[in-house]
Design a protein around this ligand. Sequence first.
Ligand SMILES: [Zn+2]
Ligand SMILES: [Zn+2]
Length: 266
Amino acid sequence: MLGTGSSDGWPNPWCAKPCCTSLVEAGLVRSQTSALIDRVLLVDPGAEAPRQAMRSNISLAGVRYVLVSHVHPDHLDPAFLLYRSWVTTEPLTVVGPKPVIDACRPWVRGGNVTFVTITAGRDVVLGPYRVRALPANHDAHGEACLYAIAGPDATVLWGTDTGPWAPGVQRMLAGTTFDLVLLEETFGDTAEPTGGHLNLQTFTAAVGQLREWGSATQSTDIVAIHLSHHNPPPEQLYLRLRDVGARAVPDGTPIIAGGVRSTLTL
Ligand SMILES: [Zn+2]
Ligand SMILES: [Zn+2]
């Protein structure tokens, strides 16, 4: 996980209340949610993602695929395509719904960049990864997608940003069991989340549905991401998540998904 915070990050730099000032003092900073899978597949390249990688001592030079959920700036800063073009012409495939691809195109300067416009219900193959786009329940100036990603070692759900599961998600996940579920939990104890996000209550319900559907089992690692200052203090949040069989991790935490299998293939 490169970043695990909401768009404003947690702490929100502008918040004067103890929920954020205590974390500033402790240096517990969550930046915008982004992930790097196997150092080759970058998911949601927000503006902070490249530096998140650098601070984790990880180069992005090996990235060949970029998967983007939606066009909100915490999930996509298309200028990365320009910065990359200054140093490499290695092939890169960028996948996202139409607003994402439209936002990316003007930033390409030569090189070997391929765009794939995807829509909910469609699959795309990226090298060793099979990816299925799922509908997100999120206000995003056009389509927003979630992704089921089946790789050589594990199957992962990229579940941000979204409110309670959109119609069709259950059907599109039929037969899929995840090793790792990365699911947003933006709003903590806020009663009515706005904009298409989950709070602790709806996160719990969403996890319960995944279990009902067989998409999550006892061995599925469920990690709450896109965390904001609307959440209870971290120690309380971790306990609340534990009650649901989930956890949260700090920015820069490596997650080994499908642990047994990936160990065997080493
Ligand atoms: Zn977001
Ligand atoms: Zn968003």
